[in-house]
Structure formats: structure tokens, C-alpha cells
Write a protein that binds this ligand. Sequence first.
Ligand code: NI
Length: 145
Amino acid sequence: MPELVRFSISLEKDLLESFDQLVDERGLSNRSEAVRDLIRQEFVKKEWDEGKEVAGAVTLIYDHHQRDLVNKLMNMQHDYSEVILSSQHVHLDHHHCLEIVAVKGKASRVRMLAEQLKGAKGVAHGTLSMTTTGHTASRALHAHP
Ligand code: NI
């Protein structure tokens, strides 16, 4: 287990009260855990901002009856095959499909793919969930006491 270092933070009383509320709402066990989460998030964001190698998932909801959409989405994914790890297709109901595309690669390239997929006509909703490959933030990520 990595060595834990204790440090103190000064902040406004109001801000601390709001923070404690957030900790509570998120079901985190204490302030330290919440601060660690925030720090990890910043490392992940930094990797994405710097265009480093990142990992994530693109989630799409669409109507497969929309003309040409399934083909279009398939073609896009072939164009970006070097950043796609896997994809999973779930038939939600008669009309709707859920597609989850696991991605890993240069942040800019992953973002471009996500924008294209989300922007395709007939896609009802799409999200890009961004995480890290764990290299840069590994110390922060693995510091679970
Ligand atoms: Ni389907």
C-alpha cells in the first residue's frame, strides 16, 4: 500500500458546508475520499486536454429503422478502428438500440469519433465517458487506503 500523507486545507465555512453535503450525497465515506476523487478527476481531465493516450466509452441510443444509420455508424467505426477496442450492441426494444463502444487512443482522435457517432442523423442520445489509461494518474488512482 502506498504511503499516505496528511495535509490540511483552509477554506471558507460555506464552501466546506457545501462540500460536506456533496460528500454525503455521493455516499463517500469522508472528506479525504472526496478530495482524492477530485484530484484523480483532474488528472484524467489533464490527460484528455493534453491529447495523451486515454480510454473511455461512447454510448449511443438510436432507432435502427432510421435509413442507412446502422451502416453509417458501422462505416465510421471502421474508419477509427485503431482506437476501438470493442463494441457491444443491445436491442433495447422494437425500435431502439444501445451501442457501447470501448475506446482507447489519442484523446483528439477518440473525441472526433465520438462527435461523429453522436452527430449521426437518427442518434437520439450519445455520450462520451472519459477515463484514463492509468499511466499518468496511476499513483493517484491506486491510492485507495
Ligand atoms: Ni438493435
